[in-house]
Design a protein around this ligand. Structure first.
Ligand code: FES
Ligand SMILES: [Fe+2]
Length: 391
């Protein structure tokens, strides 16, 4: 792997870390260069905690699905103890990619090539004819050395977080600054009430652009009046405040006028310990690298990014309500539909913008641009995080 300085000059990278008045944004290479992407995959996606899905998408014991993290094949499954486990999706024998599509595994994951089989705990359980015809063991062959390789995994707010390299800090330490921040209005005891619905919890957007544009756009509220005129009619720029998490691992914005209204007048139930005097607060935080969170007194969402290539990203929106009744009963169905449509339309408005940013990056004269020292702070914060971690 090349060094980052073979791909991008020190001068350009230093410019990103300057105080915001003088700083430039990330250079074009970060959105266009394949060699840069190889470094980014290692430093930002293998060495950090990243989101690869949500536990509710595989609700039953034995549910399993393949996932590729920038080409790294993984298996996500729910084991016999109801725990989410992630393994590298490659047979220990001759390297066949084991799991091809989403399924429910009754007993074992069987490799289609020579039928080596693995339990839901990843242990190699059968090796037919390993020692010659009808001899399923062989002298000197230690099965336990050929189990599936497990990936460090932690489920937080239903998100399946993985750290491929195993080098990141302990998840609880990593998440503590954000978790503590929310404690005063969204206390931990309320967080396990989040409930996924079978009808209006999930949508997918396909973005013809680099994943980073989604994060840097999500962090700031500067674009509201022009990109989201509907939203801006009741939640204006100056109803927002910026969030910059230190140590630098998340950034975003909050509003002080959240006040949901639905046709029919009914409202969703709220988290029971969300304080009355903070009802109108909602926060929109990008947890680096690849998830954008939205927390409100009556619902929560995780909008996570699956980078496919430098210029193509899948955006997965997962919405949760307070308790199963709000999430799944007929009574709240019309509200769920309205809320779902609202988020779909807001995120689609952003999609046009971030794709246009990818197009602009083809300009050889663009130097990463200049920031508004006031309005672009969270975006600058994210760019600094990228540079800090790739260098
Ligand atoms: S490669 Fe899987 S059993 Fe041979
Ligand atoms: Fe937006």
């Amino acid at each position: 792997m090349k060094s980052i300085y073979d791909v991008i000059s020190k001068e350009k990278l230093n410019a990103v870390s300057q105080p915001i008045e003088k700083a430039h944004g990330l250079p074009n290479e970060c959105y266009l260069n394949e060699e840069y992407l190889t470094i980014e995959r290692k430093k930002l996606f293998e060495d950090k905690w990243v989101v690869i899905g949500v536990a509710s998408s595989i609700p039953n014991i034995g549910d399993a699905k393949p996932f590729e993290l920038l080409g790294i094949p993984l298996i996500i499954l729910r084991d016999k103890n109801n725990n989410i486990r992630v393994f590298h999706n490659v047979c220990s024998h001759r390297g066949y990619k084991l799991l091809q599509k989403k399924c429910n595994i009754k007993n074992v994951i069987r490799c289609p090539y020579h039928s080596w089989s693995y339990g839901l705990d990843g242990n190699l359980s059968a090796t037919p004819h390993l020692g010659g015809m009808n001899k399923h063991d062989a002298d000197g062959f230690d099965k336990s050395k050929s189990n599936l390789k497990e990936v460090r995994t932690y489920v937080w707010l239903d998100m399946i977080m993985v750290n491929i390299s195993g080098n990141a800090e302990d998840f609880k330490t990593y998440i503590k600054p954000l978790s503590d921040r929310w404690e005063k209005f969204w206390p931990e005891k309320d967080r396990n009430l989040i409930s996924y619905s079978k009808d209006y919890s999930y949508f997918l957007l396909k973005a013809r652009c680099n994943w980073k544009f989604a994060i840097e756009n999500y962090c700031e509220s500067y674009h509201l009046p022009w990109v989201h005129p509907g939203l801006n009619s009741y939640s204006r720029i100056d109803d927002h405040y910026h969030i910059q998490g230190l140590p630098n691992r998340f950034a975003g914005q909050g509003t002080v006028v959240y006040n949901p209204k639905f046709k029919g007048g009914k409202l969703f139930p709220c988290f029971p310990n969300w304080p009355r005097d903070k009802e109108k607060i909602a926060e929109y935080v990008a947890l680096f690298p690849n998830v954008m969170l939205g927390i409100h007194k009556d619902h929560y969402y995780a909008y996570w990014l699956e980078p496919i290539s430098l210029t193509y990203t899948l955006e997965h929106m997962e919405i949760y309500y307070v308790g199963n009744e709000a999430a799944n009963s007929k009574e709240y169905k019309s509200l769920r539909e309205q809320n779902f449509k609202q988020w779909h339309s807001v995120q689609s408005e952003d999609l046009n913008i971030i794709e246009g940013m990818q197009d602009g990056r083809k300009s050889p004269i663009y130097n990463g641009g200049n920031f508004s020292p006031i309005m672009d702070n969270p975006t600058h914060h994210f760019h600094k995080w990228v540079v800090e971690n790739i260098t």
